[in-house]
Design a protein around this ligand. Structure first.
Ligand SMILES: Nc1ncnc2c1ncn2[C@@H]1O[C@H](COP(=O)(O)OP(=O)(O)OP(=O)(O)O)[C@@H](O)[C@H]1O
Length: 612
């Protein structure tokens, strides 16, 4: 907004100019052009800047002379002619020093206000052509790329500016816009030239690049710093491996999990983004959500077409009945709460796979949303805040329990595990509240009805489940609660309360599985301690297949993916991730957590709202 005084100034100037144009050569068209130019917001801003600079000039100190370097030189010559006193000699020596000479030269540059790069004057004949309006734009060449891409307009054959990268040199200049037609670069006409022939012209120019431009219809964008859309990438992207990217140099690479600020979404296929927190950097091209979804849809979904292997007779432990997900084995050091898993077990995985395949095939043409980007918002974590709930998921046998066990052993004061509930009888050494909470069927079913269980299932006629209550009990002790659930249950966890951090434990490739697990023994039936065996090739393949399916279905919920090849490396990576999670500061969380609709969804699902 212009101040009253500035506004008056503009009006005065405007009326002066208008009165001057009332000459015999007055043309309605020129008049309107001048009027619209003077009404331009940018012209007003220029007046404003001019006013401010004037103000500054009045306050600032004025140099006594503008040629101090020359005066110093003359003085030295004079002094040399005088006497040879020590002080005079010292002064002459001082004035002759290169540092001092340079200092005076800098002074003179400032005094003469000679900061502008010298650009050649606009040639007289530049505007003689018949075009309605032609712009001559001179840009000083720096190490920074221009930050614009060009293309040939298919219908007219003209070379036009395809994109201006936000924050780049062209964008900052404010002089070149998308849709502008380039007529010449450094005096070379671009007619009949291909875009790739023009790039060397730009590269060849030394200190300045001069464009002759026919402006396109330009609509002012929202400045990039005003667009506050942040997304977390759910896939890795490398422009070098993308043959469809319009300009590899203008594109940016990113990894899954990187947070990007989207600064331009005008184009349906290529957005412009920069790394979050890097406000001054030039934006880069990234595939838009729509483009990435299309690409994803065009890929043949692998699990859908995977041939079903026949089920060996020795693995028929669980039928395809309504029985809940199977429980997996427990190995290693006993830690309370580590003794059960509702994740798909290796025994039931094949049966489950069949139904997942069916679901995938319907969802792929229906509601399944490919994982491209998820909107995130910054959330400030303070030192006094409770820890976030850590959810570990992965196919059975991949090592979720092993990693939980190592975390608890490494720092029992920091990590805790919720104690599960069961309706079965207490066995041998088991302790109430340590190994399980032993409850009646009636109590368990009441808890189900009251939505007090995050997850539950039945195994051999007994219920097993994790209650919100037990998670809460760990959290109030100030520990980070670790739990493993089936990924389909994540959406029912009250995100605004627990701020779940989901870690997907992924198997490595089959060679590494063979290498690291060949001798590993696991309990294949927790009800029978004699049923210990080693992993088979089929177990490995199941693990990989199931991980792939989980990633396709639930990948958008994963905050971190850990590949559990070498267990020490995987554990270190997990621990580092969780330590970072505990640190105070800004964390990026899904934007939907802060939207009121989430609560509605939860209520309509009838889950997990009763207890807290
Ligand atoms: N990276 C690894 N290298 C070698 N052995 C591993 C590795 N990770 C886990 N194991 C071992 O594999 C076996 C299965 O691991 P674990 O019980 O943790 O799997 P899980 O994912 O919890 O599966 P489930 O829920 O079926 O028990 C255990 O004996 C464990 O010690």
């Amino acid at each position: 907004m212009l101040s009253q005084r500035e506004h008056q100034g503009v009006c005065k100037l405007l009326s002066l100019v208008m009165s001057e144009t009332e000459s015999p050569t007055y043309r309605e068209e020129d008049y309107r052009f001048l009027h619209s130019m003077l009404m331009e917001k940018k012209v007003h801003l220029l007046f404003k800047i001019h006013e401010r600079l004037k103000c500054f000039e009045r306050q600032s100190c004025i140099p006594v002379m503008k040629q101090a370097a020359f005066t110093a030189l003359e003085l030295v010559e004079e002094l040399k002619k005088q006497n040879s006193r020590d002080e005079v000699k010292e002064l002459c020596a001082l004035f002759s020093k290169p540092h001092f000479k340079n200092l005076l030269q800098v002074h003179d540059t400032v005094a003469q206000k000679d900061f502008e790069p010298s650009l050649a004057p606009v040639p007289d004949d530049a505007l003689d052509e018949e075009e309605d309006s032609v712009k001559i734009v001179s840009l000083v060449k720096t190490k920074e790329p221009l930050g614009a891409t060009i293309k040939k307009d298919k219908s007219t054959g003209a070379i036009v500016v395809a994109r201006i990268m936000r924050g780049g040199a062209a964008d900052k200049s404010g002089l070149i816009h998308e849709g502008d037609e380039l007529k010449e670069v450094n005096g070379v006409p671009l007619e009949y030239k291909k875009p790739k022939e023009i790039l060397p012209l730009l590269a060849r120019s030394q200190s300045e690049i001069k464009f002759k431009i026919v402006p396109g219809s330009f609509t002012e964008d929202l400045p990039s710093d005003k667009i506050k859309l942040f997304v977390q990438a759910l896939f890795d992207y490398s422009p070098l491996e993308d043959p469809t990217v319009p300009c590899k140099d203008a594109a940016m690479a990113f990894k899954r999990g990187d947070v990007l600020q989207i600064v331009n979404m005008d184009d349906d296929t290529w957005w412009q983004a920069r790394s979050a927190g890097n406000d001054d950097s030039r934006a880069g091209l990234i595939p838009s959500k729509q483009l990435q979804e299309r690409r994803f849809m065009l890929q043949r979904p692998k699990p859908l077409f995977k041939p079903q292997r026949p089920r060996p007779a020795d693995e028929g432990g669980v039928s395809s009945s309504e029985e809940g997900p199977d429980y997996a084995a427990i190995t290693g050091i006993h830690i309370p709460g580590l003794r059960r898993s509702f994740r798909l077990s290796r025994k039931s995985s094949r049966t489950k796979n069949v139904s997942w395949f069916w679901r995938w095939s319907t969802e792929v043409h229906g509601v399944l949303c490919p994982h491209t980007y998820r909107e995130v918002v910054p959330s400030l974590r303070e030192a006094k805040d409770k820890h976030r709930l850590v959810i570990l998921i992965g196919p059975s046998g991949v090592g979720v329990n092993e990693l939980k066990r190592r975390l608890v052993i490494s720092d029992p004061d920091r990590y805790g595990i919720s104690v599960p509930y069961t309706t079965r009888e207490k066995k041998g050494q088991e302790r109430e509240g340590v190994d399980y909470h032993f409850v009646s069927v009636h109590k368990f079913e009441e808890d189900i009805l009251n939505h007090r269980l995050i997850e539950y299932g039945s195994y051999r006629g007994h219920y097993y489940g994790t209650s919100l209550d037990s998670v809460h009990r760990v959290m109030v002790t100030g520990k980070m609660c670790l739990m493993d659930v089936h990924p389909s249950k994540i959406k029912f966890i009250d995100a605004s309360k627990f701020k779940p951090h989901v870690v997907f434990v992924k198997p490595p490739n089959i060679e590494e599985l063979r290498l690291t697990r060949r001798r590993v023994k696991f309990l294949c039936d927790k009800g029978d301690p004699n049923q210990v065996r080693t992993f088979t090739e089929e177990n490995f393949q199941d693990m990989i297949d199931l991980a792939e399916t989980m990633e396709i279905q639930y990948g958008h919920l994963f905050d971190k993916i850990i590949i559990n090849g070498d267990v020490t490396t995987a554990f270190k990576e997990l621990k580092e991730d969780l330590e970072k999670l505990a640190e105070p500061g800004i964390q990026w969380v899904p934007a939907e957590w802060s939207r009121p609709t989430l609560k509605k969804t939860q209520r309509s699902c009838g889950h997990l709202t009763g207890l807290f």
